[in-house]
Ligand binder design. Structure first.
Ligand code: 4IA
Length: 397
């Protein structure tokens, strides 16, 4: 073991430069070796597809209960009570996951499909009355907010806090840098609103939120746990789909030939959604903590080490993908790690896919062309690859 020393990189993975354009840095990480030492943070890093995927699958070695951000919950107090899903290991994780999987089962989500399609078509109809619009502020930030909070059964007042809260959640996985501090200042009020919104008495009947409390009534969890599980929906369900849809539109504007293919063959819409998550992964990184000494590609990773997994880099690893920087609807895109892998793999992925499919389906019906008319503007976040603005022009069928 360790006949070759682990290469050291000095770059801060959470610097403004990397967060705004991570791909050159991802290449350096992958080329440096299967395991690297990130001296700026004192953590190990992995950016190649094989090692990232195997580490995600080995949840007993690389645990989540000590936090999936840079902070080790065994050494520092978490900024909020830990998630019972994301920041938990079996057996707790399996119990809570079981409750949520039943509530968000694909067969139950299909019940939402026609309403979500109607809402998507309505929004796209209105937007395409003008020949140009902002695909972020007028589309990707709008659509999930028109369907998701209603599906959960959230109270009407104060829903605008959801996006502020989610950005704070995702910033908090990173170091306490300037980006975190800025988000944290504005998130106090949002956190307080979220705490209220998750309470049984504030959730409307018929929504997923009340379904979680019904599980508590059946003795599957306590009501405190139910509140925390509703909080998971609010943490994970908004900023992710917002930026997923934003990047899907970006991918299609940058690859007009793929837009043509998709319009000619609507069954490609499903693949386009997954390929865009491979091509520009919304959740860029996650940490794990080594529960015991372990070996990865011949290198020792000592017990208690934090390990930073670069999901987005794995999804563009040329060792795994041909022409990885190309958004390509003819490739087999499944197997990417944009939704993670293993027991923690995204619980909401069916929801995310459905939302994105509805938007692209509605766009494809109406628009023959979609062109970017200005440079996209980024919103820097410690975990999410996020957009602030994406002005586009459309030509109607
Ligand atoms: C939670 C990975 C991301 C989408 C996520 C964020 C928060 C939570 C779960 C997943 O609070 O449970």
């Amino acid at each position: 073991m360790d006949t070759n020393p682990i290469p050291t990189l000095s770059m801060d993975p959470f610097s403004d430069a990397v967060l705004s354009d991570p791909y050159a840095f991802h290449g350096e990480l992958r080329d440096a070796g299967p395991v690297v030492w990130l001296e700026h943070l004192n953590v190990y890093g992995m950016a190649r597809f094989d090692e990232v995927r195997s580490s995600l699958l080995d949840h007993e070695t690389f645990v989540s209960s000590r936090g999936v951000g840079v902070a080790d919950f065994a050494k520092e107090e978490p900024w909020r009570p830990p998630s019972l899903l994301l920041e938990a290991d079996p057996p707790l994780h399996d119990r809570t996951r079981g409750i949520m999987s039943a509530i968000l089962a694909p067969a139950r989500l299909r019940l939402q499909e026609s309403l979500w399609r109607e809402r998507a078509e309505e929004l796209i109809d209105n937007l395409t009355e003008k020949d140009s619009f902002d695909a972020v502020t007028e589309l990707s930030e709008v659509y999930p907010m028109r369907i998701f909070p209603d599906a959960v059964g959230l109270m009407d007042e104060g829903r605008e806090h959801l996006l502020t809260y989610a950005s704070a959640v995702f910033n908090a996985f990173g170091p306490r840098n300037k980006i975190f501090e800025e988000g944290n200042a504005s998130s106090k009020e949002a956190s307080a609103w979220v705490a209220e919104a998750c309470k049984r008495e504030n959730l409307k009947p018929g929504g997923w939120g009340q379904d979680v409390f019904a599980a508590a009534d059946r003795g599957e969890c306590t009501s405190d746990e139910a509140e925390r599980l509703v909080r998971s929906m609010l943490s994970a369900g908004v900023d992710t789909t917002v930026n997923g849809i934003g990047h899907l539109v970006l991918a299609l504007t940058e690859h007009p030939d793929e837009w043509e293919k998709l319009r000619a063959e609507p069954r490609l819409i499903r693949r386009a959604v997954d390929e865009s998550i491979r091509w520009d992964s919304t959740v860029q990184t996650f940490f794990r903590t080594a529960s015991h000494d372990t070996e990865v590609a011949g290198h020792l990773i000592p017990k208690d080490s934090k390990v930073l997994l670069f999901l987005a880099a794995a999804n563009r690893d040329p060792r795994k993908w041909e022409n990885p920087e190309r958004f390509d609807l003819s490739r087999t895109t499944s197997g990417h790690v944009g939704f993670g892998a293993g027991i923690h793999q995204c619980l909401g992925q069916v929801i995310a896919r459905l939302e994105a499919q509805m938007i692209i389906g509605a766009l494809a019906k109406r628009c023959t062309r979609i062109t970017r008319v200005a440079e996209p503007v980024r919103r820097l976040n410690n975990t999410l690859h996020a957009l602030a603005s994406l002005p586009v022009r459309v030509e109607l069928a």
